[in-house]
Design a protein around this ligand. Structure first.
Ligand SMILES: Nc1ncnc2c1ncn2[C@@H]1O[C@H](COP(=O)(O)OP(=O)(O)OP(=O)(O)O)[C@@H](O)[C@H]1O
Ligand SMILES: [Mg+2]
Length: 261
């Protein structure tokens, strides 16, 4: 397989010949895949249900181990890390998974402050200043005393993002971050993600079903299908691929009708 991200600069994460199976060894969720995720850019991981998108994110965090291959984060192989190194590794990451996973019994303020309380020695006044600044950036000012149940779907996602960004992560992983949102709200959230990524400069990896919408913010697209991964610099390249399964994806999922190959 050929892949090239040279034009996008430095690499944050690299998969090298990664194979992943579960109990059914014959079925390779990932079959010797290789790709690089450029630093400070947005990579979108797409593919049908059950193709290995969430598994890919778990491999990056070292929550799952591959059968073989290397997974480099800032040049260090996650696969070979012990528990202590993995804990250290995870401090580089912010994660925003489906449902935003807010604590229902905590206010918006306390949800966002949580990582600061758990992971830093900041004083109360510093925590307050940091959380209020984030609330402002994410257009949540005035909602800090509310509880998750009182928030709209889009607000919950924003609080989730605010919390994920508190420790100033180098890399932010998103798994289906717009689940449950209507199309308009989905678009708004993506625009917000784009603004935040540009403003803070972190590496974003977004797994999403919102295709082709989410491709608008992608600097790179990784398509996973039947154990194979293909990398595209632009959505428009997907359309012109001569691989059958990619043409199918473009037709069925992107709703494009293509000329015969
Ligand atoms: N812990 C696990 N044990 C066994 N099989 C697993 C495990 N996690 C994932 N799988 C299998 O690996 C495959 C890929 O799963 P994954 O969750 O990555 O799919 P996905 O691309 O995220 O799908 P979706 O879009 O539905 O979220 C599936 O066949 C799934 O059943
Ligand atoms: Mg998934």
């Amino acid at each position: 397989m050929t892949y090239s991200t040279a034009s996008l600069g430095q690499t944050a994460i690299e998969f090298i010949q990664v194979t992943k199976t579960f109990s059914d060894r014959q079925q390779r969720v990932l079959n010797a895949v290789s790709w690089a995720i450029p630093k400070g850019k947005t990579t979108v991981i797409a593919g049908g249900s059950g193709q290995g998108k969430s598994v890919t994110l778990k491999l990056i965090l070292g929550l799952l181990k591959p059968d073989s291959g290397q997974i480099l984060v800032d040049g260090e192989d996650v696969v070979r890390m012990g528990q202590r190194q993995l804990r250290q590794l995870r401090t580089k990451f912010g994660v925003l998974f489906q449902g935003a996973a807010l604590f229902d019994s905590l206010s918006v303020f306390e949800n966002i402050a949580l990582p600061l309380r758990e992971r830093t020695q900041l004083k109360e006044t510093e925590i307050r200043a940091k959380v209020l600044a984030t609330l402002e950036t994410l257009e949540l000012s005035g909602h800090e005393e509310k509880y998750p149940a009182q928030l709209s779907g889009g607000m919950k996602k924003r609080v989730g993002l605010a919390r994920a960004l508190q420790l100033e992560p180098e890399i932010v992983l998103f798994d289906e971050p717009t689940t449950g949102l209507d199309p308009l709200m989905t678009l708004e959230i993506y625009h917000l993600f784009e603004r935040m990524q540009k403003q803070l400069g972190y590496t974003a990896v977004i797994v999403s079903h919102d295709i082709p919408k989410v491709f608008e913010l992608a600097d790179q697209i990784v398509l996973i299908n039947k154990g194979e991964a293909d990398v595209f610099a632009q959505a428009s390249q997907i359309i012109t691929s001569n691989k059958v399964h990619i043409r199918e994806f473009a037709e069925k999922t992107m709703g494009l009708s293509l000329p015969a190959a």
